[in-house]
Design a protein around this ligand. Structure first.
Ligand code: SAH
Length: 449
């Protein structure tokens, strides 16, 4: 912070002149830029060498009369010589900002790289230090912004008065959000937003923790939400993607911290929505997988509150990707079972053992601290101790760690694993993944359980 030598502004030139001195390529470049505005562009040159200058739609004059600067907002000097010096001196004496092409020391302002979706403009500046970088960034942003955005921005501008008359403040904000994100046509949206602003809850999957494993829809809704209610497992970087002025409420369960009970979370969601807020209920992974979504949805339905669900990448899928493990595999594994190891009853364990014996891959959540016990119980129910297992701690994140071995190895004791949430895979399919990076359970020292 505090290191910029220039201040980025959008400078009004409507009804004014932009004066360019020069008749060559450089003058042409600046003329093309100037002509994007509604200012009248005047080129002063005694010798036009670039034919294209005649075609950009600027007025061309052969000599300098000081009166040309009377209503001038900006001056570009794109050649050297007496004429250039005269214009510079006159402009400076009148306090008109001057840009001398390729002479940064003489410039009062620089021209950024511009992405034109008028009236929306994105300007990229490196203060002249790295034009190639500016161009690269520009190309990336160009690709992000649909050519249609300008039309939408104009449309928003033209509807301002009508919207202000017809809608309250909150409704108007939502109307514009829906309009610019292409949710619907203006007339339909105007009608939809008339009346009380209705609160809503969006159950959003945040994925396993990496920002780029969030869906585009999740990102869009996060930016529209008034409140973000999030679990402990959702990383800050994802929560940060919300609107800057959105309220953030952590409700996660973290050891030693005050945490909300499920009933309190349900009540909170209902209360916020009743206040007319758009609530992003951000959950790790996929909201419908081991996320107590069922209870939250039941509470919302009971209260008559509208909801929407945005899927996310569940931890087991991220773990499968991290380790190139096909959780289903022809002739090996016909399916996959996601389950919580925590609190598994003996009847459930019986079912899993039977399924795993028929080749189904088990993807166990919330089983890290009880891994050895669970493995022992599964063996006790007839599962083969030589069945391959693989564990991914911090799946889908940079700091992930992997462990591999057999169900028998796992049953032997509690392995000291890295901190973080973990997925335990059990089944033949694990042997078909790429676990080269993994620590071998058989070779690690155990704390005997
Ligand atoms: N809805 C989430 C699961 C929440 S239950 C999902 O679909 O992923 C919490 C459990 O998820 C953790 O105990 C752990 O088993 C698993 N988990 C969540 N994030 C994880 C991650 N990045 N890596 C490994 N396991 C993870």
């Amino acid at each position: 912070m505090g290191e910029l030598n220039t201040f980025p502004v959008s400078y009004k030139v409507k009804g004014k002149r932009i004066v360019i001195v020069g008749g060559g390529e450089e003058a042409l470049n600046k003329a093309r830029l100037a002509i994007m505005t509604t200012a009248s562009v005047v080129i002063i040159s005694e010798a036009i060498s670039s034919k294209e200058l005649y075609e950009v739609g600027a007025e061309i004059v052969g000599r300098f009369e000081t009166s040309v600067l009377d209503d001038t907002a900006l001056v570009f000097v794109a050649e050297t010589g007496i004429l250039a010096e005269q214009v510079k001196a006159e402009a400076r004496s009148r306090g008109i900002p001057v840009n001398v092409v390729d002479v940064p020391g003489e410039c009062d302002f620089y021209t950024p790289s511009i992405i034109d979706r008028a009236p929306l403009t994105v300007a990229i500046s490196t203060e002249g230090d790295a034009p190639v970088l500016a161009r690269l960034v520009r190309a990336k942003i160009e690709a992000l912004l649909s050519p249609d955005l300008g039309r939408v921005a104009r449309l928003a501008g033209s509807l301002r008065e009508r919207v202000a008359d017809a809608l309250g403040k909150v409704q108007a904000k939502r109307f514009y959000e829906d309009l610019v994100t292409g949710v619907g046509e203006p007339e339909v949206l105007l009608e939809a937003h008339a009346g009380e602003a209705a609160g809503e809850v969006w159950l959003i999957g945040a994925g396993p923790g990496a920002e780029d494993l969030l869906t585009l829809r999740a990102q869009r809704l996060l930016q529209a939400a008034d409140v973000i209610v999030h679990d402990q497992l959702v990383p800050d970087a994802v929560i940060e993607m919300g609107r800057r002025d959105a309220e953030r409420i952590p409700v996660g369960k973290k050891k030693g911290h005050h945490s909300f009970t499920q009933a309190q979370i349900n009540t909170l969601l209902v209360r916020l929505a009743r206040e007319g807020k758009r609530v992003a209920r951000l959950k790790s992974g996929d909201p419908m997988v081991l996320g107590r979504a069922g209870e939250e949805l039941a509470a919302l339905r009971k209260a008559g509150i509208g909801y929407q669900i945005v899927p996310g990448i569940s931890a087991a899928m991220a773990a499968a990707a991290d380790t190139a493990t096909p959780v289903t595999l022809r002739k090996v594994s016909p399916g996959v079972l996601f389950a919580t190891a925590h609190g598994a009853q003996s009847e459930e364990l019986d079912h899993w053992a039977a399924l795993a014996s028929s080749g189904v891959t088990l993807g166990l959540y919330m089983g890290k601290s009880i891994a050895a016990g669970t493995a022992g119980k599964l063996i006790g129910r007839g599962m083969n101790p030589s069945l391959p297992i693989g564990i991914v701690v911090n799946a889908g994140r940079r700091e992930r760690s992997l462990y591999r071995g057999s169900l028998g190895d796992l049953a032997t004791g509690d392995l000291a694993m890295e901190d973080g949430p973990a997925i335990i895979f059990v089944g033949e399919a694990v042997a078909h993944g790429d676990w080269a990076e993994a620590a071998d359970l058989a070779e690690r020292t155990y704390k005997v359980a």
